[in-house]
Design a protein around this ligand. Structure first.
Ligand code: PMP
Ligand code: GLN
Length: 390
């Protein structure tokens, strides 16, 4: 029999699925895969329930419900001062995962190069490669994860079609600074490149830091496709509603990709997200502050257990160096060990690298969980670190 597609057939099961299954098998607290353990805002869910009952429930417009596209355009203005034409410059997708796929497929040709920063979210590489393009990975180095400008400059070539910029960044909680974004923008202009901006954690940024869309920098409005996700903004990861904002000349092709991937997305959920995006500033501020408090609980718990905890300025995730616990194996072995023995699951950070010289001493823990769960996970890890029963 002839082989199936070489990119997809070579892939294993995602690390999120693997660790979630191991967590279930061992009855562990799952701080691996990133999802909140509450049900999300009541009013947004009530809006969805009402829309589902009232209808319409047939195919919505391919670009998305006007109400949601208008709400996305309004949010761009309200949070970042961006003027966006909701009819030509906004499209709704089935999650940011689809949006990433649509944007990458719309921009890349075989032979193009796409720059990503590692550690990188796992869906980027396969989609870039499936488009026939080459991934050029620029590693960020722990513990500070600052952008190595010399390596970035060296990564650009006349084949560079795009840079994938994920800020706030999964898995390390890095929030790109204005200077870093300006350096990326200068190289994009020099090489006539685009950016696909994965900003799903745009509202999950902690005090002292601000989220800056690359699109707001001079010259970048025409070169960026900016992706958001209701999953993260409303703690409803199962809904899979994403949105892309970009210049009309690029959105035309992005829309053509989308029309043959999903064509459209559940209308009731779209109208509830439109309602949600119009919520007052308090909603967005308290989403960030409640997550920040959770980050603090877990950071303290991990430090008490003996980990070296790295900074996390945004997202759902914090990473920690387990070597001070005296564990000498790899990060994958460590995550399996704590899932089975401490009954707390985490994700090995090397899973987000393609390079063989990925760091192997860091684990990613997810903190969007109830405070009591975070306290219990911390206690279990502390007992494990002391060699006691979990
Ligand atoms: N990008 C990043 C960095 C993510 O962490 C996620 C969350 N899984 C996604 C994209 C996908 O978002 P969605 O669930 O809306 O598809
Ligand atoms: N974004 C989630 C994470 O990083 C996982 C999403 C998924 O399971 N594909 O944990």
């Amino acid at each position: 029999m002839r082989p199936a597609n070489k990119v997809y057939s070579a892939l294993g099961t995602t690390i999120f699925t693997v660790m979630s299954a191991l967590a279930t098998e061992h009855g562990a607290i799952n701080l691996g895969q990133g999802f909140p353990d509450d049900e999300g805002p009541d009013d947004v869910r009530a809006a969805a329930a009402k829309a589902l009952l009232d209808g319409p429930n047939q195919y919505p417009p391919m670009m998305g419900l006007p109400a949601l596209r208008q709400a996305v355009a309004a949010a761009n203005k309200r949070f970042y001062g961006l003027d966006v034409d909701w009819q030509k410059e906004v499209m709704v997708t089935s999650g940011a995962t689809e949006a990433l796929h649509d944007c990458l497929m719309a921009l890349l040709n075989p032979g193009d190069e796409a720059i990503i920063f590692e550690p990188a979210y796992d869906s980027y590489r396969p989609v870039i490669e499936a488009a026939g393009a080459k991934v050029v990975a620029v590693p960020l180095e722990p513990p500070h994860w600052s952008l190595p400008l010399d390596r970035l400059e060296a990564a650009f070539s006349d084949r560079t079609k795009l840079v994938l910029v994920n800020t706030p960044m999964n898995p390390i909680g890095k929030v790109f600074t204005r200077d870093e974004l300006a350096a990326i923008a200068a190289l994009m202009e020099r090489h006539d490149a685009y950016a696909v901006c994965d900003e799903v954690y745009e509202h999950l940024v902690f005090s002292g830091h601000i989220h800056i869309p690359l699109m707001t920098l001079p010259g970048m409005r025409e070169r960026c496709l900016r992706i958001g996700s209701a999953g993260k903004t409303f703690s409803l990861t199962g809904w899979k509603i994403g949105y892309v904002t970009g210049p009309a000349h690029l959105m035309e092709t992005v829309a053509k990709t989308h029309q043959f991937v999903t064509f459209t997305t559940a209308p009731g959920l779209q109208s509830a997200v439109a309602y949600g995006l119009a919520k007052d500033d308090d909603y967005f501020a308290s989403l960030a502050s409640s997550l920040e408090a959770k980050r603090d609980i877990l950071a303290k718990g991990l430090a008490d257990a003996g980990f070296d905890v790295l900074p996390a300025d945004g997202t759902y995730f914090i990473s920690a160096d387990f070597r001070p616990l005296g564990f000498n194996g790899t990060d994958e072995e460590f995550c399996r060990e704590i899932t089975m023995k401490a009954k707390v699951a985490a994700i090995p950070l090397s899973a987000f690298y393609s390079s063989p010289d990925a760091p192997r001493h860091l684990a990613r823990f997810c903190f969007c969980k109830q405070d009591a769960i975070l306290e219990e996970a911390s206690a279990r890890l502390k007992a494990f670190a002391r060699g006691g029963a979990a």
